[in-house]
Every structure is written in structure tokens, then in C-alpha cells.
Design a binder for this molecule. Sequence first.
Ligand SMILES: NC(=O)c1ccc[n+]([C@@H]2O[C@H](COP(=O)([O-])OP(=O)(O)OC[C@H]3O[C@@H](n4cnc5c(N)ncnc54)[C@H](OP(=O)(O)O)[C@@H]3O)[C@@H](O)[C@H]2O)c1
Length: 341
Amino acid sequence: MSSETNSVTSSLNRALLYLLDDNPVIYCAANGSRRKVKSIVLGNSEIVSSRLVYGCMRICGDNSRKDREAGKAALRAAVEAGYTHFDHADIYAGGNAESLFSEVLDETPGLRAKLLITSKCGIRLLNQPSEGLPKRYDFSRDYILSSVKASLQRLGIDCLDLLLLHRPDYLLNAEDVAGTFRILKESGLVANFGVSNFSPSQFALLQSYSDEKLLVNQVEINIDNISAITDGTLDQCQRLKVTPMAWCPLGGVVYPAWGGTLAKEQSNRIQAELASQSAKYQAEPWIVILAWLLKHPAEIAPIIGSTQPSRIAAALRALELDYTAEDWYRLLEARNGREVP
Ligand SMILES: NC(=O)c1ccc[n+]([C@@H]2O[C@H](COP(=O)([O-])OP(=O)(O)OC[C@H]3O[C@@H](n4cnc5c(N)ncnc54)[C@H](OP(=O)(O)O)[C@@H]3O)[C@@H](O)[C@H]2O)c1
């Protein structure tokens, strides 16, 4: 099939998805339940993902037996609630998050086929693999291939649905990485590719060498860190039909964001505005902030990282709010301490 035909088919599928229902849904019958969860098509592809992605970074807790059991309960709750897309990385809990996930997959025959499994690679931790080596990024062919194989082994699956490069390697050789993607695709180890924490220019550089369409850019987006909104990242996502996945979506609301920059007065203003909107929408402040992210036309897919089953299910409420552009700006104004120019 030509790429043009592919693109027409893809557009038709998109149209169908939206025609079938104003608020596209998928039904998760993995365990007999039929919960509705709004869905999106990932990037310029035909791959359907639940709009909220479940993030597996915290599922092992301190890796004690108790925390691991709680992590498995969280994963089951996410499946039960209708999340179909699960986000991993080779470094989460030192690889234990992927292994724990495989235990849950093993409990339910047929479950794996119903889920999208994403993992990330490219960060090498201090003293890895041997003492004295610095923390660094590594997009070399050997390292990416070995990391993917190790993730697949821990996850107990044959192929990753989506592989993301975790953080941009300053020594990125785009042509070389494009070649590595080709090997991973042709060997059937990875079906689709994307990036994480890439600037628009880094994204454009890699895309210019890669035959593989980069489907997502996973970046931090929350009320504290709005760089993706202002630095061209979300503009690029809209223009190229790339799905922005938002990590730490609740940063600055229920805990300080990564490298938090909010001053006390800023936080107070945000909390006050959220309290007012919370009353208006009859939803908790953290649900309102998810609706704030969902409002952006780039179709942000927030990654939910709670390990509490009740919160994992409750997050879906954000998809139901009829959140207005005026409230979006009120919250931005509260954050900035001034109206837009
Ligand atoms: N690509 C990257 O560089 C990158 C970086 C970081 C994360 N990620 C991905 O993004 C995912 C989500 O990140 P995240 O876990 O930081 O997301 P998050 O959903 O913003 O935060 C989850 C944290 O907030 C707490 N929380 C949630 N709701 C709460 C509430 N109502 N009140 C108080 N605390 C609440 C959770 O505690 P409980 O568990 O007690 O609910 C948990 O500690 C990760 O799992 C990972 O997959 C990617």
C-alpha cells in the first residue's frame, strides 16, 4: 500500500472513530466489565489509545512485598477502569516495574493483546554498568538494542507497541538512531516509535532522518511547568499530528512539580482558583487540572501515576467535564499573577 493510500486510510479511520461517537470511546472487556473510556488515535497512526494513560513509574513503591502487591492492585484497577495504554521505562524501579507488570499480564490470558505497552530507554544511571561511570544518556545502537531486549524479557512480551527515547542524548546521531529504529522494526521487536522530553528542534532532527513516523513526544506538562505550551512543543504536535503525553500532570497541585518553580503566592492563587472551579464543576481540584490539560487542542494524553485504585478510577471524571476556555485562562492568570497581554 502506498504511503498516500495509507494516509487516506488513516484519515478515514480517524473520521470513522469520530463519526461513531462525538466522544469516541473504547470498551474494555478484559475482565468482563464494559467501562467507557474516551480514546484517541496516537499520532498520525491508526493506533487507538485510552485518552488517559496509566504510568508505571511508582508501582513498585519501595519494592517491598506489600508495595508490590499494592502496585499490582493499582494495575488491575487501571485495567478495570478501562485504561488500555501503560507507560514504562527500563529504569523504573530498576526494571522491577516491568517485571511486576508481567505478573499482572500473566494473571489474565488475552490481556496483553488488549493493551498498548510503551517503554522508554536511553538513560544510563550512575555507576551503570560499572563503578565510576557517570549518569548519562546513551542512544548508541548497542545500548538501545540491549535495553529493548531486556525490557521485552522483563515484560514477558515479544514486541513493544511503542518505544520512546527517554531524554535527548546531547550526542544524538540522528542518522544512526534512525538506523537502529529500522533494525528494531524489521526484527519485530518494536512496532512504533516516539520520543520523550525532546525540544521541537530535536524532534525535527530525528524525524528528518527516520522513515518511522514519531507518534508521540512525552513531556512534562502541569500548571507549574507550562514550557510545552509556550516553547513550540505543542504547536509542533498539532502541526505534525503527534500525540503529546503529559508526565507528572498533577505537579504543582498535589505535590511540587519536578524542579518546582512556583512561589508561595503563586501556589496560593492557583489553589484559590482551583477551589472556585472545583465548586463550579463539582470535581476535586486535581480533576479540574486534568481537564485543564485535556482542553488543549493538541490532544494531550495525561499519564496518571497514582497507585491508589480509587484515584486511578476517579481520574476518568476529568474526561466528562465541559471545561471552558474562559476557565482555562482564569487558571493561567492565577498561575502568572497577571492577565495575558
Ligand atoms: N518521560 C519522563 O521523563 C517521565 C518523567 C516522570 C514520569 N513519567 C511518566 O509519567 C507518569 C506519571 O507521573 P507521576 O506519577 O509523577 O504523575 P502524577 O499523576 O502527576 O502524580 C502521581 C503522584 O501524585 C499523587 N497523587 C495523585 N492524586 C493525588 C491526590 N488527589 N492527592 C494527593 N496525592 C495525589 C500520587 O500518590 P498516590 O499514589 O498515593 O495516589 C503519586 O505520588 C509516570 O508513572 C511515568 O510513567 C515520565
